[in-house]
Design a protein around this ligand. Structure first.
Ligand SMILES: [Cu+2]
Length: 139
């Protein structure tokens, strides 16, 4: 009788074996899924730590090539502006009040941690030419 066998100790241990095998199978599916989610989160930068940004600003005839640009970062990101001008002058990032003298044809770097949120003008000091804005959004 099948019902009699089911009640036996042998039948019970067979059932347990099947159950634990199933759990192990589940674990093997779960592991790559978890890995995939972790990679996805890293790629999107969602909830991650501070990031590093490098922006290039090229100035020709006293004007930014491509026009004024808004550079968007998140608070506590590390930012580097590489600025080069064919005519030279002083680059000024307002708010953070960072100033760099540019020699004609040379690239200067302005590096800092964007710890203050807001929208800050970047300009050539002498001519007040607008190069763009740094936008620091809360993390
Ligand atoms: Cu200024």
């Amino acid at each position: 009788m099948p019902s009699h066998r089911e009640g036996s100790p042998f039948g019970a241990s067979l059932k347990d074996n099947r159950a634990s095998l199933k759990d192990r199978d589940k674990a093997w599916y779960f592991l790559p899924m978890l890995l995939g989610l972790t990679l996805l989160a890293g790629a999107c930068g969602g909830g991650g730590g501070p990031q590093q940004h490098t922006f290039n600003i090229l100035i020709k005839d006293g004007k930014p090539v491509g026009g004024s640009t808004t550079f968007r970062v998140k608070q506590d990101d590390t930012v580097t502006f590489n600025i080069s001008s064919d005519t030279g002058g002083e680059a000024h990032l307002h708010g953070y009040d960072l100033v760099k003298e540019m020699a004609p044809g040379e690239t200067v770097a302005i590096s800092f941690t964007a710890n203050v949120t807001g929208r800050f003008l970047i300009q050539i000091e002498e001519t007040e030419m607008e190069l763009g804005y740094l936008e620091v959004n809360p993390r």
